[in-house]
Design a protein around this ligand. Structure first.
Ligand code: SF4
Length: 78
């Protein structure tokens, strides 16, 4: 998983089959391990968002998820 102040990107290793389409859509952001499971190489920034969304759409296994990262300054309380 890679997280920035605004985004969290995760590849589910149980779903990923190493097709590598995410690498084509977001080169430099995704890479493959030696056993061909995708992972995030860096924390996501705003400049990555469109490419990551394209990777999500291209993934045939729906292995990539993007969520809003929790706000570290948020205070939960009464
Ligand atoms: S496109 Fe999906 S299944 Fe293929 S390597 Fe990337 S995350 Fe894994």
């Amino acid at each position: 998983m890679a997280t920035s102040s605004a985004l969290s990107v995760r590849v589910d290793p149980h779903r990923c089959e190493g097709h590598g389409l995410c690498l084509l859509e977001a080169p430099g952001f995704f890479d493959l391990t030696a056993d061909e499971t995708a992972f995030c190489t860096t924390d996501p920034g705003p400049d990555h968002l469109i490419a990551i969304q394209a990777a999500v759409a291209a993934c045939p296994r729906q292995a990539i998820t993007i969520t809003d990262a929790p706000d570290p300054n948020r205070e939960d309380g009464p």
